[in-house]
Design a protein around this ligand. Structure first.
Ligand code: AMP
Ligand code: ZN
Length: 114
């Protein structure tokens, strides 16, 4: 997708702080972190939203990467949150599906701001 910012990150057309990468998945630091640890885990395939995600094998790879990131950033035991925003009312801004891995602070269930 030519005008997708995350495809541009995947293709190294724009810079990002990549913390993990393999054939199928990339993970990089969120540019506007909402927690001490805030990593975006992104399938390399351009899938717009979670609603369009119909590849169970890739889903497992993405979730395994989320677990690995939590471990690598030392929040696996203290606790972390994996978050997907879906469409407008879900707060999705970038339409290339991505999983936020957030940690390093206490989370509660919040209606706004997270
Ligand atoms: P969402 O609201 O779920 O679509 O989240 C999009 C996220 O992407 C936000 O947390 C942004 O801070 C983050 N973001 C936007 N542009 C970049 C970028 N160039 N590099 C890293 N993160 C970004
Ligand atoms: Zn994309």
């Amino acid at each position: 997708m030519a005008d997708c910012i995350f495809c541009k990150i995947i293709n190294k057309e724009i810079p990002s702080e990549i913390v993990y990468e393999d054939e199928n998945v990339i993970a990089f630091k969120d540019i506007n972190p909402k927690a001490p640890v805030h990593i975006l885990v992104v399938p390399k395939k351009h899938i717009p939203t979670l609603n369009d995600f119909d590849d169970p094998d890739l889903m497992v790879k993405v979730m395994e990467t989320c677990k690995k990131i939590a471990k690598d950033f030392n929040v696996a035991e203290s606790g972390y949150r994996v978050l997907v925003n879906v469409n407008k009312e879900g707060g999705q801004v970038i339409y290339h599906v991505h999983f936020h891995v957030l940690g390093g602070r206490l989370f509660k269930f919040e209606q706004k701001g997270e």
